[in-house]
Design a binder for this molecule. Sequence first.
Ligand SMILES: Nc1ncnc2c1ncn2[C@@H]1O[C@H](COP(=O)(O)OP(=O)(O)O)[C@@H](O)[C@H]1O
Ligand SMILES: [Mg+2]
Length: 374
Amino acid sequence: MNLKLVRKPGGTPGGQEGRFEAVLNALADPVLVVGADSAIEYVNLATEQFFDASQTWLCERALSDLIPTDSPLFAMIEQVRASGASLSEYGVTLETPRIGSRLLTIQVAPIPDNAGTVVVSFHDRSIASKMTRQMDSRNVARSVTGMAAVLAHEVKNPLSGIRGAAQLLETGVNAEDRKLTRLICDETDRICALVDRMEVFSERPYIERGPVNIHQVLEHVRELAKNGFARHIRFKERYDPSLPAVAGDRDQLIQVFLNLVKNAAEAAPKVGGEVTLTTGYQIGLRLAQPGGRRTHLPLLVTVEDNGEGIPDDLRGNLFDPFVTTKAGGTGLGLPLVAKIVGDHGGIIEFSSEPGHTVFRVYLPVYRGPEDKNG
Ligand SMILES: Nc1ncnc2c1ncn2[C@@H]1O[C@H](COP(=O)(O)OP(=O)(O)O)[C@@H](O)[C@H]1O
Ligand SMILES: [Mg+2]
């Protein structure tokens, strides 16, 4: 493929190249081809809008004319040239006089057989806004953390006093009144259990990150589910057996996938309900963290179901506490999942349509003892 296909005078619109160009121009995301010398060789229509400049003008420029060279984009391009593998980075802020400051997901991919030439694409809304939602859910989890600590201290301690007093009274009253002291004990137990459930949110100083075999985690979760709440569900597994270990806490990861599988099983139809567990490795997915730190998140675990899908009005705050559509639901499952995934430095996102809902969890690889206290 000749990459200098922009405005090529003799370009046949119906030919292969015309087709490629039409396809690229139909994309909503800016796509640029950048040569070894940083010269812009091709831009699609969306790039015109993005930089508010014409294709011809852009193709006479170098990338460094548009974007400051200290931008992380240039480091990414260098890395892709050196490694020959593509790279995505979430949550990169691109700041230029032309476009102002934008939060983007940037993808850079090498073009085989074109030494040093790369394709750069910017994604503005989709993943970036999912990220914001994820960050919001972390903040919410943090406020729940504070609440959990208050509940534990201010509610549980007096409760044990109340319970003790009721037990003392019980010994000296008649059968009729004993019903009432029992009632006090039972209700305080119930409140205690609720507070205990909140306590999982309380802040832990750090999580112990060992190497965790995610397939063992998923098989354990499936076993628990099969013998409990998901008897009616047909499970499918699509595991990548070569997957390296996750850097994480086994018990907490079990909690994550147990919650996701439980939601999936509850959403799936009573007859013909299916839950699919998938694992895979993808090179080049990184999360830009505040302070310029980057986490590589190449491990992807998905939980899919064939249920009705997530109601539209829930999508914006699915990870908030107490959001539930279930009679007897707590709405604490997904906030807990978001907190644990966040504590691991990972990302969770979802997509949902009637008949197909997917939760995707991106996690870091275990690289050695230096990973331990994340
Ligand atoms: N796989 C799914 N399919 C459809 N809806 C879902 C799914 N997972 C979660 N939800 C929705 O998100 C809500 C919150 O889930 P969660 O935080 O686990 O609390 P709970 O399960 O107690 O309701 C659920 O009540 C449900 O409406
Ligand atoms: Mg749940």
